[in-house]
Design a protein around this ligand. Structure first.
Ligand SMILES: [Mn+2]
Length: 435
């Protein structure tokens, strides 16, 4: 069966895994605030105060187990599934008369769509679950996430970092289709930055049964079962974009960005809009998971990598914990270098042994405190290219200082000294109950 957001929402509802908000919630701070409070549970807003024609879903992929279930895998296997999909892209099935074109609006009025006010200092209302699709004759299709600032009835302003879409536009690809309201397979595929010639639409088809259809005005492929499509083109007009609340929970700086003019909106009947809470778990999962996969891939080339986590405290973006099965003294250092290769924005990385739970910050700190001597185990890399989002770095040149800590047990010292002391377990209940 084909994979669509609607089918998934029905399934989650039947399984009691989604919270339904019946009372009208406002696009001004109320929807983000409710989503924040209810994380990581998916939430469906049945009524939006200002936009009675739309429902809205949020936190859809905030819980990794729901994301994994949506693409028929387990949370542990997500990284492998992503790598496999990149290596074996699926075939794009194309259909006629798709659900996403049940309603066609030739004179767009974007102010009627539920753009959201998230942070107090946001310049304008934004949509965050927007995926821009473009086509280049040589590179093929590209699909990537770009937040959109509402500018006018037919104008939005995307934030386009210098990655694939940026290059497509420089090469003259100006026609775009923006899709909102997607199945997690397409969401995940659009979150991956791999080689420029990788077709994210085919990657999505490999992750699940995503079908495609042609847009009405510019002949681009879009997910046939998505909720809303904005068809338009990228202009040479630049305006101030931001400030906007980003993944680190801070405000991204104001930049000049291109305006996109929308000439046609298509959607399903009774459309379900989608919103990704900035700096929320869903945002961190979507940005972080593909990078965990590439870090895992690179570290696996130099030693035995067991797991990788981009930590929630670093926005699921800047800092990583890498778990390895250490065999040689150099493995820890090699893993550090490989991790930086796997994720350009990575700032700090800690490498730990297999007995450490990488989802438990206290255990990671324990490994750092009991297993390292920083004159030996710290690698500092000044003046490297890092994240444009880090307020402590130069956000224009992206120059930053990176560091890695090898918190694995040194092979030259007897291992027993470093092992967790074990207190034998007893049945505590037996001592608490009155017998
Ligand atoms: Mn791409």
């Amino acid at each position: 069966m084909e994979a669509s957001l609607r089918a998934l929402l029905n399934k989650l509802e039947n399984e009691g895994k989604i919270i339904t908000v019946e009372k009208p919630a406002s696009v001004k701070f109320e929807i983000p605030s409710i989503l924040k409070k209810l994380e990581p549970k998916p939430v469906i807003f049945e009524k939006i105060a200002e936009h009675p024609d739309f429902k809205l879903v949020g936190n859809l992929c905030a819980d990794r187990s729901i994301l994994a279930e949506a693409i028929n895998t387990s949370p542990q296997e997500l990284k492998t599934k992503i790598i496999q999909a990149l290596e074996n892209p699926g075939e794009k099935k194309i259909i006629e008369d798709p659900p996403c074109q049940e309603v066609v609006i030739d004179e767009p009025d974007l102010t009627r769509l539920p753009f959201i006010w998230t942070g107090l200092r946001d310049r304008a209302p934004y949509t965050t679950a927007s995926i821009i699709i473009a086509y280049d004759k040589e590179y093929g299709y590209n699909a990537s996430y770009h937040r959109l600032m509402l500018l006018d009835k037919n104008k939005v302003v995307p934030r386009i970092v210098p990655r694939h879409l940026y290059k497509y536009i420089e090469r003259g690809c100006r026609e775009v289709a923006i899709t909102i309201g997607n199945h997690p397979a397409f969401m995940l595929a659009a979150s991956i930055t791999s080689r420029i010639e990788v077709d994210e639409l085919s990657v999505a088809s490999s992750l699940s049964e995503i079908r495609y259809a042609r847009t009405l005005t510019n002949n681009l492929l879009v997910p046939a079962e998505c909720e809303v499509v904005l068809e338009g083109y990228v202009t040479d007009e630049y305006v101030d974009e931001g400030p906007f609340l980003d993944i680190l929970g801070t405000y991204d700086i104001v930049r000049k960005e291109r305006v996109i003019e929308i000439r046609c909106i298509t959607m399903r009947k009774n459309p379900i809009f989608q919103y990704i809470l900035p700096a929320g778990y869903e945002h961190k999962n979507l940005m972080g998971l593909p990078r965990e996969a590439t870090i895992f891939y690179e570290v696996s080339r130099v030693c035995e990598c067991l797991d990788v986590r981009l930590t929630p405290g670093s926005g699921g973006w800047l800092n990583a914990i890498v778990k390895i099965r250490k065999k040689n003294e150099e493995d820890g250092r090699k893993a550090i270098e490989a991790a930086f290769k796997g994720h350009e924005s990575l700032k700090y990385v800690v490498v730990v042994d297999e007995d450490i739970d990488i989802d438990n910050p206290e255990e990671v700190e324990w490994a750092i405190s009991t297993r390292t001597q920083l004159d030996r185990d710290l690698i500092i890399k000044p003046s490297e290219k890092g994240s444009s989002l880090d307020p402590s770095a130069d956000q224009i040149t992206r120059l930053t200082c990176k560091a890695g800590i090898d918190a694995t047990i040194p092979t030259i010292i007897e291992k027993e000294r470093f092992q967790k002391a074990i207190i034998p377990k007893v049945d505590v209940e037996r001592f608490l109950k009155d017998v």
